[in-house]
Design a protein around this ligand. Sequence first.
Ligand code: SF4
Length: 219
Amino acid sequence: MRRDPVLKIYKRLYKTFGPRGWWPGQTPFEVMVGAVLTQNTAWTNVEKAIRNLKRERVLTPGRLHKIKASRLARLIRPAGYFNVKAKRLKSLVSFLFKEYKGDLSRMRKEGIRTLRPKLLGVHGIGPETCDSILLYAFDKPAFVIDAYTKRIFSRCGITKEDIPYEELQSVFVETLPKNVRLYNEYHALIVQLGKDICRKDPKCGLCCIREFCRNKDFR
Ligand code: SF4
C-alpha cells in the first residue's frame, strides 16, 4: 500500500479548496444530531430537518429526550428514512442521559478509547457516524472514513475500494500527524473533491491531485 502521497494529497487539497470550516452546526449537540440525520442523504435535506427542530424548539438533549418518536419523525421527515432516524436519535439521546446525565461536557471528558466503543454500541451508530461525532462535536482525533474516501484513495492506487473501515482509517492515522485540526480539514476536503470532481464519472482534467492518481482508466 502506498502511504507516502497521503500527506501530499492533503496539502494539495488544502491549497486548492482552502479551509472548509466544518462541521456546519452551531453547537456540539447540533453536530451530533446532524451526524445521524446525514446518513444516506444530502446535507441540504439535513438542513431542512434541523430547521424544523429549531423552529419547534426541540433541538436540545432534554427536549429530544422527552419528545415522542412519532413527532420527532414528522419533524425530521426532509432528511429521509425519518422513522429509522427518529429511533436512532432517541437511542443516542437515551445513551447521553444514561451515561452522562444528558450533559455533553461530561461526555466530552471521556477519552476516545472509552467513548468510541460505547458510542458504537448505540443503536444506529456505525463507525462513520461515531467518528463524525467524536471529531466534529468533541474535537477527538478520530479520522472519518466515508464512501468518497474509499473511492478517491482506491482510484489513486493507495488502497482497495472494498477495504474495511478501520483498515483504511489506520492508513491515515499511521501516516498523518495526530492533529484534530488536520483530521477535521482532511475529511472535509475529501468530501469536497468527491462531490465536485472525483464523482462516479470523474472530471480528471480538473483534478488537483491528478499527479498522485494511478487510475489510468480515467485519463
Ligand atoms: S485524477 Fe480522476 S480518478 Fe484520480 S482522484 Fe482525480 S478525479 Fe479521481
